[in-house]
Design a protein around this ligand. Structure first.
Ligand code: HMG
Ligand code: MG
Length: 295
């Protein structure tokens, strides 16, 4: 049976919008349960200024607290928005005798308004920021995931044309990212809107893009499951979820609407396995991961 790769982003995307401070120890327990669940990758935290995301100001402490955890093949990743964040991530890796961060993630958007609100930069400016990050990551032997937010719609600009998403994906691939991560930031996706996007990516970037891309769904209208089924049919084999359906980007919230949670990894796993693929993920550990912070 073919295996589909699962990344749990709960400790990062799941927690970044939580208003109450969550103790570092609870985050560490959450990651331990995610490792025990068998997911391929855990997105542990973000090296962003505390002013921008107060909840993740303890990123280095979370990684420090995980140093003695046996994690086998599980990949640990972290978001870095700029060279300052990269330096903080590399300091974590230099601190012990064991590398704690196996992969970096940079993030931009297919909407200029969202890019400005989320990163204080235009799309081309974010790409220029990533250039030195990619060069250093390459020297350090760290693969890089390139997120594109608002691949279906932007909370401020509305629907986003697939052509614009393909343009930004092309820029990231030219830069040398190892993986594209397609973010449906506000959970607007439906099979009707995802189909033209995947067709456009296929047409512009070639068939290989389906194996280089991860789908990152938030779940507003309960259509994320339909999108997962469609993406599997189109050839995607990598998905993000957050245990318990936690999450959302604070900079995707508007006065009327708080940004929606990620698709629950439990739902993602059941959907993928029902479609005839293996994930090797233990759902009870995902439940326990979510419970560590909801308690
Ligand atoms: P800025 O304010 O323009 O930064 O923010 P700056 O370069 O002008 O620096 C301002 C101050 O911050 C300086 O300090 C810097 O040293 C410091 P001061 O001189 O004033 O004392 N600084 C830093 N400190 C710690 N770590 C750093 C760092 N960088 C600068 N890395 C910046 C620009 C990109 C930093 C900011 O806009 C930012 O961090 N944005 C990220 C917001 C965020 O984390 N959003 C959520 C993640 S994305 C998401 O959720 C979407 C996703 O899930 C996919 C999807 O669903 O679509 C991935
Ligand atoms: Mg997200």
């Amino acid at each position: 049976m073919e295996t589909v790769r699962i990344t749990d982003v709960a400790p990062r995307d799941g927690l970044q919008n939580e208003p109450d401070p969550i103790p570092t120890a609870a985050k560490i327990r959450m990651v331990a349960h995610l490792v025990a669940s068998g997911v391929a990758e855990v997105e542990v935290s973000s090296f962003v200024p505390a002013r921008w995301i107060p909840q993740l100001a303890d990123a280095a402490d979370v990684f420090d607290g995980l140093r003695s955890l046996e994690r086998g093949e599980t990949v640990f990743s972290a978001l870095v928005p700029n060279e300052k964040g990269l330096a903080k991530a590399l300091a974590v890796n230099a601190a012990g005798d064991r590398r704690m961060i196996d992969k970096l993630a940079v993030f931009t958007a297919a909407s200029d308004t969202f890019a400005r609100r989320n990163t204080n930069a235009t799309i081309p400016e974010t790409i220029e920021r990533f250039r030195p990050i990619l060069a250093t990551a390459r020297r350090e032997g760290l693969p890089v995931r390139g997120y594109v937010s608002c691949v279906i719609a932007c909370p401020f600009e509305g629907p986003i044309a697939p052509e614009r998403v393909a343009d930004v994906c092309g820029l990231l691939l030219d830069l040398g990212v190892d993986e594209l991560d397609l973010g449906d930031t506000i959970g607007a996706g439906t099979p009707e809107t995802l189909t033209p996007l995947l067709e456009k990516l296929y047409q512009r970037l070639g068939a290989g893009v389906m194996r280089q891309a991860t789908l990152h769904l938030h779940d507003t209208h309960g259509r994320a499951v339909d999108c997962v089924r469609l993406a599997l049919e189109a050839g995607l084999r990598s998905f993000d979820g957050a245990a318990g359906g936690l999450g959302g980007c604070p900079y995707a919230s508007t006065a009327e609407k708080r940004a929606p949670g990620n698709i629950a990894t439990q739902t993602l796993v059941r959907t993928i396995e029902d479609a005839g693929y293996a994930t090797h993920v233990d759902i009870t550990e995902l439940d326990q991961a979510a419970a560590t912070v909801s308690r």
